[in-house]
Design a protein around this ligand. Structure first.
Ligand code: CA
Ligand code: CA
Ligand code: CA
Length: 406
């Protein structure tokens, strides 16, 4: 019986997606600058998808699903991120120098939000949070984390630091890397440091020979809404689960994938239900050339996919098999190999080498959604510094539910 099921699974696996089912449907050429980043967003009023392109020199371009330019503005440096989308009530907030603007995606007319100027324009990241009663903006760079009321931009706190991974706001606390070794939590209500955790040490090796012990450092912390706990990684490949209020380490797994130099160095963490039990698992690309699905309960590895190349870029998620569990879309660094993994097993459904127009073009975002609503998944990637490429997966016809890149 087991053999029959395996053969059947193999047959189904191969029958619903092969690389020849992926077709190019178009490109967008940016003629006046290099692309810094692109995002796919949906206007919930008219259910239309829009592609937001941020230029390296500054500047925003917005395209509709037909790849027509519907809005552009020079000088835009950064968008305000709302956790899983850049649109907040269908408004895209962005900073142009120190001033906050809101672009309404219903009519694409820009207006200045009722705000004051930020004290400087050197922030690298803006993230807004909806709290119980208000909205907050956390603006940060390598030396400061500034917390403001949103959208009026009254200052709430300024935290100094010496290293620049993104912070996380949860339950009145800003959890951030104050120094490479120190993860801090700052209490915004009481205006004091709540706790601090040291990253420990790292044993480094080269060709099997010990190079000694070095201080570890923290990478960006995450928050899992399921259990309301902070999840953090260190450069040693250690995983932590932390109670935000007390700083109590609920679980720590040292070097969860061994002691090779890059083993288990997760580049980001996604919290998604990958087995349909209503609780999130952790899905992570890693510098060690794997993609992991990890059980947050005990940090055991539920599945691992050997990507065979480093992966530092974001993943995308969308259920194409109709079982309610999102598949994982990943593009490897260096070779631009797109892999689609079955979300419940991590098994490869298909892979496809994306077109590179320049040898040195090594990394791309990937976003997925059925942007034209024809029942087939659209896959959007970058094929050069100035070109975005659209592909469509012709098999299978999509189920009605799904998700886009978080
Ligand atoms: Ca689950
Ligand atoms: Ca699925
Ligand atoms: Ca489509």
């Amino acid at each position: 019986m087991r053999t029959i099921l395996c053969v059947l699974a193999l047959f189904i696996g191969f029958s619903f997606a092969a690389s020849q089912d992926l077709f190019e449907t178009g490109t967008i050429d940016i003629n006046d600058g290099e692309i810094n980043d692109f995002y796919l967003e949906r206007n919930t009023d008219n259910n239309q998808y829009y592609l937001l392109v941020l230029l390296r020199k500054g500047g925003l371009k917005v395209f509709n699903a037909k790849r027509e330019l519907v809005f552009q503005r020079v000088g835009v440096r950064s968008f305000v991120y709302w956790g899983d989308t850049y649109l907040h009530n269908n408004i895209l907030y962005f900073f142009e120098t120190q001033e906050l603007y809101g672009l309404n995606f219903d009519d694409f007319k820009t207006a200045k939000a009722p705000s004051q100027r930020l004290p400087h324009d050197l922030y690298t990241h803006y993230r807004a949070y909806k709290d119980k009663t208000s909205e907050l903006l956390v603006a940060e760079n390598d030396t400061i984390v500034d917390v403001y009321q949103f959208p009026d931009l009254d200052s709430i706190a300024r935290l100094k630091r010496q290293t620049g991974e993104y912070s996380y706001y949860v339950d009145g606390l800003v959890v951030y890397n104050a120094r490479r070794r120190d993860l801090f939590a700052f209490n915004l209500n009481e205006k004091k440091m709540q706790w601090k955790i040291d990253a420990g040490e790292r044993k480094a090796k080269f060709m099997g020979i010990s190079l000694g012990v070095f201080p570890g450092w923290w990478m960006r912390p995450y928050w899992n809404p399921d259990d309301n706990l902070v999840y953090a990684r260190t450069s040693s490949g250690d995983l932590y689960k932390i109670k935000p209020k007390s700083g109590e380490v609920v679980l720590k797994k040292e070097q969860f994938r061994g002691d090779a130099n890059n083993a288990g160095l997760l580049t980001r963490m996604y919290f998604k239900d990958m087995n349909g039990d209503g609780k999130n698992e952790i899905v992570s690309p890693s510098v060690d050339e794997n993609i992991y699905c990890i059980d947050p309960k005990d940090f055991t590895v539920k599945w691992v996919y050997e990507a065979e190349n480093e992966n530092q870029m974001p993943l995308a998620f969308y259920d194409i098999t109709g079982d309610g569990i999102p598949e994982v879309f990943s593009v490897c660094d260096y070779d631009l190999m797109l892999s689609i993994l079955d979300g419940s097993s991590g098994k490869l459904i298909m892979d496809f080498e994306l077109k590179k127009e320049h040898k040195k073009f090594n990394q791309t975002y990937v976003v997925v959604a059925d942007i034209d609503g024809n029942g087939y998944l659209d896959i959007i990637t970058q094929s050069s510094r100035q070109k975005i490429r659209f592909l469509e997966l012709k098999t299978p016809k999509l189920p009605t539910s799904g998700s886009k890149r978080p």
